[in-house]
Design a protein around this ligand. Structure first.
Ligand SMILES: Nc1ncnc2c1ncn2[C@@H]1O[C@H](COP(=O)(O)OP(=O)(O)OP(=O)(O)O)[C@@H](O)[C@H]1O
Ligand SMILES: [Mg+2]
Length: 487
């Protein structure tokens, strides 16, 4: 019985076990056993691999955005940027300075000992300038010939530069597709270095500025118009010595004294609310030194010149006004051919339209509009003073009118001395030259420019200059004959 009982029990236990197996099977079926879709997916190696990839992708994404944020943070905390736009005056200074800096830095080193191991290694690992841009400046000399100067500056893109012990990333780039009024693309240069070295920017700018000042020291920048703005025309020119332009006795000094007095009277003008400007009119025949005198004057005052001819095509009243209101600092304005505006008045009277030229009222308005805390010195020149109107020669527009005439006896003597003083110590040739010029009727009737031409042609040859007077007189009577016959 016992056995029977135990037999029954065993059966029951086995049934119960089967039941449990079923239950497990059922559970597996519902919760993802081999038969269910989810279970099938779990067992699918492709699915699990995809899942893994997605997980890895997400992780990478999170970590890369973390990395990006981290780098950005690091960048913000550890790096410092400085941006210079093309419109800033320092733009060209920095470009020129960079070229000079690279040249100096990459100059070959003779011996390692000369510079020290650290400097030697740093030099070896400083990359050279790889993309360069050429800058061409064409300037016209007084004789009309052209001079061209080339300079190389860092081109667009990234450059790595070393300044002292700091590495600086320089990025020169064009911004968008915009162009300024002169058709030049808008550009920036940005300098980036470690925050630790941030003070080097100040030093870089100081050096770049000093270099720019040095390159113009003792020189006069001549601005001409380009589009709507004043642009330096070619390289700065060597100052013209003040004494090299010989005007009537004491005249040059009188004008210089007047300008100096004006420059010293800034507060006097400002206190009284008078526009701080002064206008001069130089008139006389061609070749009597009007343009040259203004150049020499600018040189001796350490000013630059902004030159503009009123007979220039395309110069409208608005443009003239705009240009006069935007003259660079420490610059004398030289308005040539002032009479052009007056001939346009007539043209406008008859036709009612002046074309793309300056009119008389346009000139007066532009002169009256010139008001600035900075000094404004305006020189106007003309060969035909009789064509000008009284209204122009009114204090505030023209404060001083000066006639520069043909060479007087005194001027001839002075010019002679400038050319032949060493060759003519007892002044014998000088006397002969003046006497012969007088006899030929040339005193007060030939231009200083013609006289200078004779002296230039007979450089170091006083007798040659005396002999040439006959030719000069002949060409003077018949202007078609060349003053100097070139053999
Ligand atoms: N008084 C002068 N002293 C020295 N050089 C002179 C003088 N006048 C003219 N020259 C020389 O003659 C040339 C022409 O002079 P400049 O251009 O100054 O004359 P300008 O009076 O402006 O003539 P224009 O009325 O035709 O413009 C220059 O090379 C200049 O050096
Ligand atoms: Mg002139």
């Amino acid at each position: 019985m016992d056995k029977d009982v135990s037999g029954d029990t065993l059966k029951a236990i086995t049934e119960a076990r089967h039941g449990k197996d079923d239950a497990i099977k059922k559970l597996a079926e519902t919760s993802g056993g081999e038969g269910s879709t989810f279970g099938q997916l779990l067992n699918n190696p492709f699915f699990t691999a995809g899942f893994g990839l997605a997980a890895i992708g997400a992780a990478v994404r999170y970590s890369s955005s973390g990395l990006r944020k981290g780098t950005e943070l690091l960048r913000r905390r550890m790096l410092v940027d400085l941006e210079i736009t093309r419109h800033d005056e320092s733009y060209d200074w920095v470009l020129n300075w960079m070229t000079a800096h690279y040249q100096h830095q990459l100059a070959p080193i003779a011996r390692r000992k000369d510079v020290g191991t650290l400097e030697y290694l740093m030099r070896r690992f400083t990359p050279a300038l790889h993309h360069l841009q050429i800058k061409t400046a064409v300037s016209r000399t007084a004789s009309g010939s052209e001079q061209t100067a080339f300079s190389l500056v860092p081109g667009h893109g990234r450059h790595i530069m070393r300044y002292r012990n700091a590495y600086v990333v320089v990025n020169r780039e064009r911004i968008g597709k915009s162009f300024d009024s002169n058709g030049r693309p808008f550009e920036t240069i940005s300098l980036t270095t470690l925050y630790y070295y941030r003070q080097i920017f100040e030093d870089i700018f100081r050096e770049a500025h000093e270099m720019a000042v040095q390159s113009t020291e003792g020189k006069t920048i001549v601005y001409t118009t380009r589009g709507m703005t004043w642009e330096p025309s070619g390289q700065p020119k060597r100052r013209r010595p003040f004494e090299s332009v010989v005007l009537e006795e004491g005249l040059a000094e009188r004008i210089l004294g007047d300008v100096r007095e004006f420059l010293d009277a800034r507060t006097w003008y400002l206190d009284r609310g008078i526009p701080y400007r002064r206008g001069y009119l130089l008139h006389g025949p061609p070749g009597t030194g009007k343009t040259s005198f203004v150049q020499a004057l600018a040189g001796s005052l350490d000013f630059n010149i902004a030159m503009l001819s009123l007979s220039q095509r395309g110069l409208t009243d608005d443009l003239l006004n705009h240009l006069l209101l935007n003259v660079p600092a420490r610059t004398i304005v030289l308005l040539e051919d002032a009479d052009a505006a007056f001939s346009n008045r007539r043209q406008q009277d008859s036709e009612g339209y002046s074309g793309a030229n300056v009119t008389y009222s346009g000139l007066l308005n532009a002169l009256d509009g010139v008001a600035s805390a900075e000094e404004r010195i305006i020189f106007m020149t003309t060969n035909h003073i009789n064509r000008l109107d009284e209204a122009l020669i009114r204090p505030g527009r023209v404060d001083m009118t000066v006639h520069l005439g043909n060479a007087t006896e005194w001027q001839i003597g002075q010019l002679w001395d400038r050319f032949y003083a060493q060759h003519d110590p007892d002044r014998e040739s000088r006397r002969r030259f003046i006497a012969k010029a007088k006899a030929a009727g040339l005193i007060d009737s030939i231009s200083t420019a013609a006289l200078q031409g004779v002296f230039l042609y007979n450089k170091d040859d006083a007798d040659g200059a005396i002999a040439m007077i006959d030719q000069l007189a002949a060409s003077h009577q018949d202007p078609k004959k060349p003053t100097i016959a070139v053999q």
